[in-house]
Every structure is written in structure tokens, then in C-alpha cells.
Design a protein around this ligand. Structure first.
Ligand code: C2E
Ligand code: CA
Ligand code: CA
Length: 756
């Protein structure tokens, strides 16, 4: 019957959690890719602009230098270099000295052979100079040199030099000038492009021509190497192509150097940008990414919370849970409760009746006929219930297994009960037509103005009806129970009983009655069952129904069992000693004795105090005990070993199947009273289907070599029927009610049976 229910909400929630996590991962990935890309793009853009600036500087420097060249060009007159001696040329220069550009430190003329004639100072050999090499050897038209120290002044200078020709356009020599770095720098510093970065200029040896710190002019820079980045020296950078290089500043700050070469020189322009400045842009970007991500996660979480919240609301409104029971198509219990609560709210001043119903021994049906048959029965029963519920304008739902719930708006309790009784009578008639005998029982709770409280919910009504139903015992003649405050009194009674049970045992308030068992062959008393009674001074005489279920719950039943056993042993011992006739007595073993060894030990300890042949003792073990089959088997075998017989009590009321009986070696099957009650028609005759079923059971028991006894035989018809189908023994009011020890003794004395 059990069908695993899959919770769709849980699934939905997990699914969306999965989706959100996937989405979040996706967003993180794409954000980081995006960030990386934009960082790259941005740095590229930045790089480009710094390169552009560097290039701008280098071009401006070229223009500046062209200006110097045009000043030098004033002396580049072809006639001056035609048919003249170097001394004449030198003298001409000197006589025009005043016209010379003030930045020129010296002006000189170099013959192709390398002999040089300056304005200031004496002639010198220029073939060792860079400009001579570049113009004479490398064929350059002009050349601007790196820094060198001037021979005369000792100042650091650079030289500009150009090739000159005579009137016949023949190579006549080199015209050159030296410019002090300090003057050059001052001049070049007029070039200023933008605010970003520091502008530096260095020659082919890495010596600075322009540097923001004057003290560092015409020195080279060798950085302190750090492990973090490759720090290039100015010399290295001079020899490297244009590009971006890393280094560290004098204060150890990492910097980027964007370089550009100056045309027709071996000079390099550098734009120095602190790495921090570039990183700042990146960090800002990173911050933005993190903020976007946090916003995204927060939004995701909010959405998830919103989803959980709405699912919760939907769930409360029962929009998502299954509304219909797949087997019967009836409402599920949650749906039923929901609809019933709606009625409660809508008809605030009405009276209501709630019925909880299930089928007696449904587990037995399930086991013996199989799940499929049990399901078929449930469907059949649900259809009947639905028809009658509709007739009464009520609503119906199905809970677990054989549990059904009915809720009806009623005019009065009296009227409702009349209708209920008539309906259950009709229902009972219809059910009898069904091939498998089954018997529903009903718990009823009413909601009327008198007992209405603020928390009168459908759940509390179901609770009351359930409780009422649980009080229906074996008395099948009234298969229903109505919840009332008296039922609550029962709880209070239980408290009293619990407080006085020990005292009762000590004061001998408990005593044993004997209900005879009769043979259907000889019609003679062939045994008896010992049944306990309690005569309490306050409550009066109680049958076991009033206290045994409670004793089973609190464990006191074990003590009481042994008290009864000892009473029975005393009774038998007495009679045996007096040579009076005896019959075997059945004693009940409660379901609490779940440890066979322990039970046997305690049982034998008492039994051995008496000298009674064990064949006079039969132990009745409840079919519905907590024992599993192997424990049941073990205890039966242990009892057999000591010579006792064992009966399975209330057979048919529990879950055991006939199949199971082949494995458990009990001697007697004691059929449950409900077999007879439910098979007996109004006119006292036996229902055909049930009768056939019982006959089959008896035949099967015989084939398994089990003795059969029926309890609860109340009528002649029942007795005759059982005799007819060859049931061995009966126990019931038809023959005798439970008797006091004295009455029972008298009965067997009169019968004169000494032994069975
Ligand atoms: P049970 O073992 O099935 O005992 C048979 C019950 O059916 C007895 O009820 C008996 O009085 C009742 N009965 C016998 N013939 C008829 C009949 O023709 N019609 C009807 N309606 N009832 C009949 P009782 O004595 O009230 O005992 C109820 C249950 O309490 C017993 O059911 C048994 O389970 C338990 N019980 C009784 N005495 C003891 C005991 O000493 N120890 C334990 N552990 N359980 C006991
Ligand atoms: Ca019994
Ligand atoms: Ca019984």
C-alpha cells in the first residue's frame, strides 16, 4: 500500500538553486573574462597613447635639432669650401663669430682626412669622433652625436655635423658644432606634450640629455634590481627597439617606460609612468567588477528567497501538493483538510460532524490476499463511502492506507446520528456482497456551539475522532465511537489506575476467572482459559480491557502475568493434591515478553515451585505481539521442550499469513472472535462468503496439523456451523461465560473429567 511520495516542491527548489548556482558561476566567469578583456583593451589604449606621446617628443626633438642645423647651415656656403685652405675657412668662421648661435660652444671644419679646424682652440684629429665615422664611413649626410666631453671646455656636449660640398659638388669636408647639454636641455624642455608622465631623453650610451632632475644629466641610470619586475637600465633601453619597458624609479617605485627613437640620432625618448598610475585604473575596474558581482549575488539570493517564500505560500494553499489520491481519485488528506477548513470558516455558526473510518484487520487482508486485492478493496470501499457521503452533502478524503475522513455540515447531532446509523446499516449490507469479508469502524467527533473554541480546527476534530475510534475494542456490534468528554475521563481513570496498580496487586484485588473450552465432538469441558479481573474498592470490578492496554504500555503487565500464572498453578496444584478432576488451563502471555530466554527463566522459576505435569498448561501467545517470526518460533520451541503446549491467540486479527504458520510450530490456532461476529447476519445465519472463507481456513489449519478453537461463540447457529466444518473446540458465552475459580471447579467436578 505504501507509495513513496516524491515532493515536487523540494525538487523545484533544488532545481532553481542549481540554476542560480550555474548562473552565478557563469556570471563570475564572464565578468572575469570581461574584466580581463577591458583591462587589456584599456592598457592597450593607454599604451598607445603613451607611445604616441613619446613619438611626439621624438618628433619635436627632431624639429629642434633641425633648427640647430639651419643655424649651422648659415656657414655652409659652397664657395667657402672651393679652392680655400682650412686655415682660411677657420678664419672666415672666426670673423663671423658674433653671428654664431649662442648655444654653439664651438664650430669646426673637418677635412675628409680627419683634420679638424675649430673656431676655439687648436686643430685636432676628428677621425675618432662619432660624426666623422657616420658621415665619412657610413655615408650619412648629417649626424647628431651622443654625449662626450669637450676637449677645451671640459663641458659635456653633443655635436651636430653635416657633410659639405664645393662648387663642383665634390665632398669638401664636415661642418660641425658642439652644443653643451645644459643649453640643449633648456632648449628641448620647451617641448612639452601633455601633463602625463615624465619626459626623458638619453643618448646611445644611456646618458641623459634631458632629465627632470638636473643632477642626473649626462649620467646613466642603473636601477636596483627587484625580484618583482625586470628593471631595465638606461643603457639597455638605448639598445632596445621602441616599446614599453619596466623599471624602477630612484625611489624604488615600479615604472613603465615608453620609448621612441629620435630620427638621425641614436637618441631615445622615454616617457616614465608610475606603474601605480596604470594599476589604479585597473583596480578601479576590479572594484567595479566586484561590486557588480556582489549586486548580482544579492539579487540572486533575494530571488531565491522570494521563490522559497512563494513556494511556501503555494504549498500552504495546496496549489502544488497533490490534490488527488492516485488510487481512489479521492482528495488527499491535506486537500481534504483544506476544504474542510474552508467550510468551517464559511459556515461559522453551523454544526459539523467529522468521521474517521478504517477497516478492521486491514493488514491481515493485505497480507493474506495480497496488495492488489487490498487495493481493489480500498477502491470498492471508497466508492461506497463517496456515494453515501455525497448523499449526506459531505466531503470525503483518503489518508494513509485504509484511513478515510468524512466531514459533514449537520442540522443536529441527534439527526446526524440517526442518519449515520441508518447509513452504516445499509453500508454493512452492501459490504457483505463483497467477496472478502471486511468490517469498517468509525470514530466520530462533533463540532457544535457548545464545544467550539478558537482552535477548533479540522485537525483537532480528526484527532478527537481518531481517539474515539481507538477506543473501539473487540465489540463489533457497535463499530463506532463518539468523542465526548467521557472519553477524556478515561484518560483520568488511567492515571488513577496507574497510581494504584501496585497496591492492587499487593492487596489481592486481582483474581483469576476461568472460561471453559468445549469439545465440539464430545460437548464436554476440555480446558479453560485463565482471565484476569480487578476488583478495585473505588472503581469496582474491571475486565482486562480497562487496564491491560495501559499495563502493556507501562510494562506492569509482566508482573501481572506472573501473578496470574502463579494463581493458576496454585489452583491446579490444589486440585491435583486433592485428587480432584483437572483440565488443561490456558494462560495468556502478554506481548511485552519479547526475550524468550528471560521469559523461560522466570516462568520456570515459578513453575518449578509446584509439581504440575506441564501438559496441563497451555500458553496463548498473541498473534499481534511485538515478536517477529523467529522470536515466536524460538519461544514456542523452548516451551515445547519443557512439555507445554502453545496456542496462537487472536489468530486472524494481525498480519500473520497462513504461509507463516508452516514455520511456527504452535499446536493450536485460536481464531479471533471477529470472524464470527462479522460473519453473522441479522437473522443469526452465517454469511455465505464468510462461511466459505472460515471453512477454508479450518481445512488449511487441519492440513497443517494444527488444533482449531474458535472464541466468541455466542449462538447455536455459530456452534452448529463450526461443528459442521469440524472445528475442534469452542470457547464462548454460548457454552459458558468466564467463571470464578469455585464455579469452574464445581463445573468440572460435576462433569467428572479427570484428564483430557
Ligand atoms: P482473549 O485472550 O482473546 O480472551 C478472550 C476474551 O473474550 C475474554 O475477555 C472473554 O471474556 C471474552 N469472551 C469469551 N467468550 C465470549 C463471547 O462469546 N462473546 C464475547 N463478546 N466475548 C467473549 P476478557 O476476559 O475481557 O479479556 C480480554 C482480553 O484481555 C483477553 O482476550 C486477553 O487478551 C487479555 N487478558 C485477559 N486476561 C489476561 C491475563 O491474565 N494476562 C494477559 N496478558 N492478558 C489477559
Ligand atoms: Ca487468550
Ligand atoms: Ca483471544
Amino acid at each position: 500500500m505504501k507509495k513513496q511520495q516524491f515532493d515536487p516542491n523540494k525538487f523545484k527548489f533544488l532545481f532553481s538553486l542549481f540554476i542560480s548556482i550555474t548562473l552565478t558561476i557563469f556570471v563570475i566567469l564572464s565578468l572575469s573574462v570581461f574584466a580581463r578583456k577591458t583591462y587589456k583593451e584599456n592598457t592597450l589604449k593607454q599604451d598607445e597613447s603613451y607611445h604616441f606621446i613619446a613619438e611626439g617628443y621624438s618628433q619635436s626633438i627632431t624639429y629642434c635639432m633641425e633648427n640647430y642645423y639651419s643655424l649651422l647651415n648659415r656657414y655652409n656656403v659652397a664657395e667657402l669650401f672651393t679652392d680655400t685652405t682650412p686655415e682660411e675657412i677657420q678664419n672666415t668662421f672666426i670673423s663671423h663669430k658674433t653671428k654664431i648661435c649662442k648655444d654653439f660652444n664651438n664650430i669646426f671644419f673637418v677635412l675628409p682626412d680627419g683634420n679638424a679646424y675649430p673656431i676655439n682652440g687648436i686643430p685636432f684629429n676628428a677621425s675618432v669622433y662619432e660624426y666623422y665615422r657616420q658621415i665619412v664611413k657610413n655615408g650619412k649626410e648629417f649626424w647628431t652625436t651622443s654625449i662626450f666631453a669637450d676637449q677645451i671646455s671640459g663641458n659635456y656636449v653633443i655635436a651636430i655635423a653635416e657633410k659639405v660640398y664645393d662648387t663642383n659638388n665634390n665632398f669638401a669636408g664636415i661642418l660641425g658644432a658642439t652644443i653643451p647639454i645644459t643649453a640643449l636641455e633648456e632648449y628641448l624642455l620647451q617641448v612639452k606634450i601633455g601633463e602625463q608622465g615624465e619626459f626623458l631623453l638619453q643618448d646611445s650610451n644611456g646618458y641623459f640629455i634631458v632629465h627632470p632632475q638636473k643632477g642626473l644629466l649626462f649620467t646613466a641610470y642603473v636601477p636596483v634590481q627587484t625580484s618583482k619586475i625586470k628593471a631595465y637600465s638606461s643603457k639597455e633601453i638605448s639598445n632596445l627597439p621602441e616599446g614599453r619597458y619596466t623599471s624602477v624609479s630612484y625611489d624604488g617605485e615600479p615604472i613603465f617606460l615608453y620609448t621612441s627613437k629620435v630620427d638621425e640620432t641614436e637618441w631615445t625618448v622615454e616617457i616614465a609612468i608610475p606603474k601605480k598610475q596604470i594599476d589604479e585604473a585597473y583596480i578601479l575596474q576590479q572594484k567595479m567588477t566586484v561590486i557588480i558581482f556582489i549586486i548580482f549575488v544579492v539579487v540572486m539570493l533575494l530571488l531565491l528567497a522570494l521563490e522559497a517564500y512563494t513556494i511556501n505560500i503555494f504549498q500552504k494553499k495546496q496549489l502544488l501538493t497533490t490534490l488527488y489520491d492516485p488510487l481512489t481519485n479521492l482528495w488527499t488528506r491535506p486537500h481534504f483538510e483544506n476544504e474542510a477548513n474552508k467550510l468551517l470558516r464559511h459556515y461559522q455558526n453551523s454544526k459539523f460532524m467529522l468521521i474517521e473510518c478504517d477497516i478492521r484487520g486491514f493488514k491481515f487482508i493485505n497480507q493474506n490476499y495480497g496488495e492488489e486485492e487490498a487495493d481493489r478493496l480500498i477502491v470498492y470501499f471508497s466508492k461506497l463511502l463517496l456515494r453515501y457521503t455525497k448523499e449526506a452533502n459531505g466531503i470525503l478524503g483518503r489518508g494513509f492506507a485504509d484511513h478515510f475522513y468524512i466531514f459533514i455540515r449537520i442540522a443536529s447531532v441527534h439527526q446526524a446520528m440517526n442518519l449515520f446509523k441508518e447509513t452504516t446499516r445499509q453500508l454493512g449490507e452492501e459490504i457483505k456482497q463483497y467477496e472478502i469479508p471486511f468490517f469498517p469502524k468509525f470514530g466520530i467527533a462533533f463540532l457544535v456551539a457548545k464545544n467550539k473554541t478558537k482552535d477548533s480546527t479540522i485537525q483537532s476534530l480528526i484527532g478527537q475522532a481518531s481517539f474515539a475510534k481507538s477506543t473501539i475494542k473487540d465489540n463489533m456490534l457497535t463499530p463506532f465511537s463518539i468523542y465526548n468528554s467521557k472519553l477524556l475521563d478515561k484518560i483520568n481513570d488511567e492515571r488513577y489506575i496507574e497510581a494504584h496498580m501496585q497496591e492492587g496487586l499487593e492487596n489481592n484485588e486481582f483474581f483469576v476467572m476461568y472460561q471453559p473450552k468445549y469439545s465440539l465432538v464430545t460437548e464436554q469441558v476440555v480446558g479453560a482459559e485463565a482471565l484476569v479481573r480487578w476488583n478495585n474498592p473505588k472503581i469496582g470490578l474491571m475486565t482486562p480491557d480497562a487496564f491491560i492496554p495501559l499495563f502493556e504500555r507501562n510494562g506492569f503487565i509482566k508482573k501481572l502475568d506472573f501473578f496470574v500464572y502463579e494463581e493458576v498453578f496454585k489452583f491446579l496444584q490444589n486440585r491435583l493434591l486433592n485428587n480432584e478432576p483437572v483440565v488443561p488451563i490456558s494462560i495468556n502471555m502478554s506481548r511485552n515478553h519479547s526475550k524468550p530466554d528471560r521469559f523461560m527463566h522466570d516462568f520456570m522459576a515459578i513453575f518449578k515451585k509446584y509439581s504440575i505435569p506441564p501438559k496441563f498448561i497451555q500458553i496463548e501467545i498473541l498473534e499481534r505481539s511485538v515478536m517477529d517470526n523467529s522470536t515466536l518460533k524460538e519461544i514456542t520451541e523452548l516451551l515445547h521442550k519443557e512439555g507445554f503446549t502453545v496456542a496462537m491467540d487472536d489468530f486472524g486479527s494481525g498480519e500473520s499469513s497462513l504461509n507463516m504458520l508452516t514455520q511456527i510450530p504452535v499446536d493450536v490456532l485460536k481464531f479471533d472472535r471477529t470472524f464470527l461476529v462479522s460473519s453473522t447476519l441479522e437473522n443469526g445465519k452465517m454469511n455465505k462468503n464468510s462461511a466459505d472463507f472460515i471453512e477454508t481456513l479450518i481445512k488449511m489449519s487441519k492440513s497443517l496439523k494444527k488444533q482449531t478453537i474458535f472464541e466468541g461463540v455466542e449462538t447455536k447457529a455459530q456452534r452448529d456451523f463450526l461443528k459442521n466444518i469440524e472445528c475442534d473446540q469452542v470457547q464462548g458465552f454460548f457454552y459458558s461465560r468466564p467463571l470464578t475459580a469455585d464455579d469452574f471447579a464445581e463445573l468440572i467436578n460435576s462433569q467428572g473429567t479427570s484428564e483430557q
